[in-house]
Design a binder for this molecule. Structure first.
Ligand code: SF4
Length: 412
């Protein structure tokens, strides 16, 4: 069930990011959009296409690519064509730093193939060149109908702006803490750049803002300030969140708090992938954050107990994990034919103490026998016991029952 009541959303402009007939809307009260970024060299078209397809299949609704060289800019055109041929119309976002004005001008086909440009105001050039280069990128976005994200980052803040604001602060009778001035400078950089883009003729409903730092308390303060001072659609993300559980917990904490306050229209979870981990992990985490807040529904929910001394074997953990993987693998196909399956509740429980109770409350649930209990696992569908499974093929038989339940319950 997607929460629609009791949820305040910070009002923002609706920004349409389009590719052909496919439109993803960020802001304006629309469902929070999940996005991610490739980590391949964009010039390597084959690997990049492969990764974009994997990210899109995992549920990334926008995919960002680094566009840092003329080769990468030319590759974007080829990548877009290959994705189209594969039937994947996920809008692509170009990430530009330092030379975006040149690349977008020298490779106009790249400017046309991208649905959104990310511009970092701290990395567009120095002095007068900064304003000129910024204007070139905004004019290009206007020409090709692209949306723009003004993406300010704590690690690449406009140093001239920061120095000016620090000087102004020092001249005050009671100067603020320098860390506070830094946050204000980040917000100021984002808002003044957005106003600059509007002055150049790019409407507010084509502008998304982000202001990323790598610590949770500062990120919360930054986005509260941004939300208070503007109605631009907001892209949330904790930059350089880190590796493994550290990155997941920090991102979930920061994004969860802001989303619950109604702040944020699109999210990206920036994880340093653990060696061997799939790049799609960040999409899964982003979806889990939105689903646990009840903001969107991507995947059936699996209720499983932690297990304890009553659990008879590791089979319980294996069954919980294989059920979760099965649902994640099947959902892309179900999404078309049985979209209601995303709201399904599945229970996998470890013994008779809470097992039958939780399983009865799920749409479909299984309660494994604990140590010393009869070696039979009752399966419940919407509160009614429908089968008792036992034997080594229990996982396959439970999955077959889930498949059958989805086909008979959620067909459109
Ligand atoms: Fe332990 Fe049973 Fe509770 Fe699971 S349901 S945590 S196995 S007592």
């Amino acid at each position: 069930t997607i929460r629609t009541e009791g949820l305040r959303r910070h009002p923002t402009h609706a920004v349409e990011v389009k590719w052909k007939d496919h439109t993803v809307t960020i802001g304006g009260g629309r469902p929070v959009v999940v996005q991610s970024m490739t980590n391949t060299s964009t010039a390597d078209t084959e690997k990049t296409v492969e990764q974009v397809l994997a990210l899109a299949r995992a549920g990334s609704e926008l995919v960002r690519l680094t566009v840092n060289t003329p080769e990468a800019a030319r590759a974007v055109v080829e990548i877009r064509e290959k994705l189209d041929r594969a039937g994947c119309f996920v809008p692509l976002v170009g990430d530009f730093h330092y030379n975006g004005h040149k690349l977008l001008t020298e490779v106009p086909e790249c400017a046309a193939a991208l649905s959104k440009y990310r511009i970092n105001p701290g990395n567009v050039g120095k002095g007068d060149r900064a304003a000129e280069n910024f204007a070139v990128m905004i004019e290009t976005a206007k020409r090709y109908g692209a949306a723009v994200r003004i993406g300010v980052n704590g690690g690449s803040l406009d140093q001239e702006l920061l120095a000016r604001m620090m000087d102004e602060n020092n001249a005050r009778p009671e100067p603020a803490d320098p860390s506070e001035v830094l946050l204000e400078a980040l917000v100021e950089s984002a808002l003044s750049s957005a106003k600059g883009a509007e002055a150049l003729g790019l409407p507010a409903n084509r502008i998304v803002l982000s202001c990323k730092v790598s610590t949770v308390p500062e990120l919360l303060r930054l986005y509260r300030m941004l939300a208070k001072r503007s109605s631009y659609a907001l892209h949330l993300g904790l930059t350089e969140a880190g590796i493994g559980s550290k990155g997941i917990v920090a991102s979930s904490t920061a994004l969860g708090v802001l989303l619950e306050e109604g702040i944020g229209d699109t999210i990206r979870v920036s994880l340093t992938p653990a060696p061997g981990a799939a790049r799609t992990e960040e999409v899964v985490v982003a979806q889990e954050i939105l689903q646990s807040l009840g903001l969107r529904s991507f995947l059936p929910t699996v209720t499983s107990c932690p297990g304890c001394g009553r659990t008879s074997s590791e089979f319980f953990q294996e069954l919980a994990a294989s059920t979760q993987s099965f649902l994640r693998e099947r959902m892309p196909e179900w999404r078309t034919a049985y979209p209601g399956a995303a709201g399904m509740k599945v229970a996998v429980m470890g013994c008779v103490v809470n097992g039958p109770g939780e399983s009865r409350q799920a749409d479909i649930g299984i309660s494994l026998p604990g140590a010393g209990e009869s070696p039979v696992a009752p399966v419940y569908i919407r509160g009614v016991k429908v089968a008792s499974l036992k034997g080594s093929d229990m996982a396959e038989r439970f999955q077959a029952m889930i498949e059958e339940f989805v086909r008979t319950t959620y067909a459109q």
